[in-house]
Design a protein around this ligand. Structure first.
Ligand code: SF4
Length: 366
């Protein structure tokens, strides 16, 4: 299996910018950006990030706001925060050289078992395994394992197997071959078995139903949440607030508002939230529309308003920070998916708003 995987990988791997580098720092940045994010999305961010922060010292010396600025739009800002903190640690404790051992790598903020394995094997040629969603899919299908992959014992078994497979030359390429196979051939739906280098020994292919593996637990029920938020403008500047750390969207910036109580009307709910969190009274509320955002187990419906005649000084309760900022700079602050969609709806984001898309669609039909 090792030799088949390696020769397939060397012939078929995609040409990705981080694969052209042997610099551990560049590989670290790519691994961090690729967590929960698609390859095509990451490429321009990776290139911009490395031209601004070419090495760990530059990143460690930088202002966190600059790091957030380059991360804006990539989401999961805790990755940017962790990278910045870890870069400082690498400079202070390791003289600017990324450690090459998994135990030391895992001391760095944001570096878990997967990232440590990726860095040790790809950047330092160590025979260390890694297991991600792609590797889980390839290995469970290859073995015909029908155990629930959310169970710790199953995941431990896969790490153990990956640990045996990686022993030998080119450990970094072997790990990348497994991931590449899962990303391009052994895909979740309609895997391309006839093109697969390990098809002859694959149990799932022999059984004729590879799509039924890996076996995952039944999805949890999605909880519905109702929220309201306001665009409050004074002298050309807009009020934004930052959530306290921890919890859903912890530390992120957003438009002020909050969550509605059961059966609470939208407008009175928004007035209550602005009063409770900012001590602000507002006049006329102009409805702007609604966005929806799906978190892993929650679905948020967020109604947006333009609030006119905001009165009073801001006194925060339960929020980390507030600022009056130029509308164009909101997008540069670390924010989550709901705020990105809200800005698009209000015509204030770089993404096309749903109303703009509707107009485009209508004009194409006309
Ligand atoms: S033969 Fe098919 S199911 Fe088996 S590893 Fe290859 S692509 Fe996946």
């Amino acid at each position: 299996m090792r030799s088949r995987l390696l020769s397939w990988y060397l012939e078929n791997r995609r040409d990705l910018p981080w694969r052209r580098s042997r610099d551990p720092f560049a590989i670290w940045i790519s691994e961090s950006m690729l967590q929960q994010t698609r390859v095509e999305t990451v490429i321009p961010y990776y290139e911009r990030f490395l031209s601004r922060f070419p090495d760990v010292e530059t990143l460690a010396d930088s202002d966190i706001e600059d790091v957030y600025g380059l991360w804006a739009g990539l989401g999961y800002y805790s990755r940017a925060r962790n990278l910045h903190a870890a870069a400082k640690m690498v400079v202070e404790e390791y003289g600017g050289n990324l450690p090459d051992h998994v135990d030391e790598l895992r001391r760095l903020k944001g570096v878990g078992r997967y990232t440590a394995g990726a860095l040790a094997s790809i950047a330092f040629d160590r025979e260390e395994p890694l297991v991600d969603g792609n590797v889980i899919r390839v290995l469970t299908r290859w073995l015909g394992w029908r155990d629930d992959v959310s169970k710790k014992s199953v995941v431990d078994g896969l790490w153990e197997l990956a640990g045996r497979l990686v022993q030998g030359p080119q450990p970094g390429d072997l790990n990348q071959a497994l991931m590449e196979l899962g990303a391009t051939i052994c895909i979740p739906r309609s895997p391309k078995c006839p093109e697969c280098p390990i098809r002859r020994s694959c149990e799932a292919r022999k059984m004729g139903d590879p799509e039924s593996i890996p076996v995952k637990p039944r999805k949890q029920r999605v909880l519905a949440m109702r929220g309201v938020a306001a665009w409050i403008e004074r002298k050309g500047r807009v009020l934004v607030v930052r959530r306290e750390e921890g919890g859903l969207l912890g530390g992120m910036w957003e438009l002020p508002g909050g969550t509605l109580e059961a059966r609470e009307p939208l407008e009175s709910g928004l007035r209550r939230c602005l009063q409770e969190t900012l001590s602000l009274e507002v006049g006329h509320l102009e409805a702007q529309g609604q966005i929806e955002h799906l978190f892993s187990h929650r679905k948020l419906k967020l109604d947006l308003y333009r609030a006119h005649d905001a009165r009073g000084r801001v006194h925060r309760t339960g929020l980390a920070e507030h600022r009056w900022v130029a509308p164009s700079s909101i997008e540069k602050l670390p924010h989550g998916g709901p705020t990105r969609k809200a800005l698009a709806l209000l015509g204030q984001g770089s993404e096309q708003s749903p109303r703009q898309s509707l107009r485009t669609h209508q004009s194409q039909q006309n």
